[in-house]
Write a protein that binds this ligand. Structure first.
Ligand code: FAD
Length: 478
């Protein structure tokens, strides 16, 4: 019987455990132990029920186009809980000089694919509109060194597009802005489109047509969530794992190689395993492997993380009529606010609030707001409510509030991240039986974390000679 330890019971660790559980049930001679430092599993996936509203403390949904989360839910038997974002009412605004301006129809991420709505949109100056027209004739560009998202977007559409769209859109996902993130790591598709088509607009339209032709189905929703809340994914996974394999309240201090395996130390106990999956944020993984490989620890430590705060505000139902229609708004850095985005939750996911309630979720994050993490709730609420009053004129008193702080939870992928991953892969080759999973490496969203957990489990099974039909998508060393 081979034994595999998983350190970290967030969604990546749970996904790894689930893959191992399935193998165990199918007769593979493997058992596993899942160490989680806190009392609950799920990591940043956390759902709370307040006053009839479903509050998401961490991620509120996932991108539908990345299949691994929906597939995982179906495997867990909760496929019927998958719920689409209410895209019929999807409209997102950008705050420009204190005013809300709708993102025009046909803008895919930040690439215009429809002429008229963009031409008539007040979101962009005439200068940017002219650049958009010229962009259509951009010649293909040979693959060059990696660059920031800001630099690629600026080359195609100018700085206004970076400030008004690229930056706020990316800040909502990574907590970091376009001038920090690597195109190849965060938006590889854009680099590929530029190399093939030159124009991102033409590239996006081609991809769109191809998708339309191949599926012939109704357009899938942009976001997917669960009727039972995001935490339902974690809770259901936990309920299907072997109970005796679960170790909550177990902070792992080190993971050290030994002859024929690894020793995992948690509290006063040490246990021997044949392989180990570390599914914590990379900066914690760094501390765990310091003794095993200081070179690997140093690479892992250099993966930067930002913190974030989500603020949920529940109001009486009449507040719905005071809000502009749509999913909410994003705020460019240049506006100088602390908030980066607000979602009108009751519109985006109507099941999350009864009709007599309005539910707002505000997002504060990134390096510029790090100091706020230590501020008391009252101070954070004063800032958020003040900015809501200033931007959308909302002065109603919330009936309830919830503030959640996530310290160093969102990985950043700056230029050079992919090279770092190659160095990490090379160092892992020297440490057989060790695998990494989670948001520090090849995708920050919930679907990617689920995928990396599955891949790490399969990598360990293969290393132990228990391979069971490795997926083609599996990366060699993660
Ligand atoms: C506020 C917020 C909003 C987000 N919104 C979205 C979204 O809408 N859609 C989306 O797709 N993604 C979103 N993300 C990103 C996504 O949710 C995360 O990247 C992903 O869930 C991370 O999962 P993980 O398992 O890698 O890490 P985590 O969830 O961080 O789990 C790591 C686990 O390891 C445990 N641990 C740490 N140290 C130790 C130790 N020494 N010993 C044992 N256990 C340890 C921790 O307690 C934790 O449970 C969001 C993230 C945040 C923070």
């Amino acid at each position: 019987m081979k034994r595999i330890a998983i350190v970290g019971g967030g969604i990546a660790g749970l996904s790894a455990a689930f893959t191992l559980e399935k193998q165990r049930l199918s007769g593979v001679a493997v058992e596993y132990t899942l160490f989680e430092s806190s009392s609950r599993f799920g990591g940043v996936l956390a759902t709370e029920e307040v006053d009839g509203c479903q509050i998401e403390a961490g991620p509120d949904s996932f991108l539908t186009e990345k299949p691994w989360a929906s597939d995982f839910c179906r495997e867990l038997g909760i496929g019927e809980q998958l719920v689409a974002s209410n895209d019929a009412d999807r409209k997102t605004y950008i705050v420009v000089r204190g005013r809300l301006i709708a993102i025009p129809d046909g803008l895919m991420f930040m690439v215009p694919t429809k002429v008229l709505p963009t031409v008539f949109s007040p979101l962009f100056s005439l200068r940017t509109k002219l650049r958009m027209a010229r962009e259509w004739f951009h010649p293909p560009r040979k693959a060059q060194a990696d660059e920031t998202v800001a630099s690629l977007v600026e080359r195609h559409y100018g700085t206004e597009m970076v400030d008004r769209l690229a930056d706020p859109l990316l800040s909502g996902v990574y907590g970091g802005g376009a001038s920090e993130l690597s195109v190849r790591a965060a938006l590889a598709r854009f680099a590929e489109m530029e190399a093939k088509y030159g124009s991102l607009g033409r590239g996006m339209l081609a991809a769109h047509r191809k998708m339309g032709r191949s599926t012939k189905a109704a357009r899938p929703p942009l976001f997917t969530a669960l009727t039972g809340g995001m935490q339902a994914i974690a809770d259901t996974a936990v309920s299907q794992l072997t109970a005796s394999a679960l170790r909550p309240n177990s902070l792992v201090q080190s993971v050290q190689p030994q002859t024929n395996g690894w020793v995992v130390s948690a509290g006063y106990a040490s246990d021997h395993f044949d392989a180990v999956i570390i599914a914590t944020p990379a900066h914690i993984a760094a501390d765990l492997v310091e003794i095993a490989s200081s070179a690997l620890a140093s690479e892992l430590r250099s993966v930067q993380y930002t913190s974030s705060i989500t603020v949920n505000l529940g109001y009486a139902g009449n507040v719905r009529q005071m809000l502009p229609p749509g999913f909410g708004f994003l705020i460019p850095r240049s506006e100088g606010t602390r908030m980066m985005a607000t979602t009108f939750v009751h519109t985006k996911f109507p099941h999350r609030a009864p009709l007599d309630r309005a539910l707002l979720r505000c997002f504060i994050g990134g390096a510029r707001n790090e100091a706020l993490l230590d501020a008391p709730d009252d101070q954070i609420l004063t800032i958020v409510c003040g900015e809501l009053a200033q931007i959308i004129g909302l002065r109603a008193q919330p009936l309830f509030t919830r503030v959640y702080r996530w310290r160093r939870a969102m990985a950043q992928y700056p230029v050079g991240h992919l090279d770092r991953l190659l160095r990490i892969d090379a160092l892992l080759q020297q440490l057989p039986g060790l695998a990494l999973a989670g948001n520090g490496y090849r995708g920050i969203g919930v679907p990617d974390c689920i995928r990396t957990g599955d891949e790490a489990a399969k990598k360990c099974l293969a290393a132990l000679g228990l391979a069971t039909g490795t997926r083609e998508s599996m990366s060699p060393a993660m």
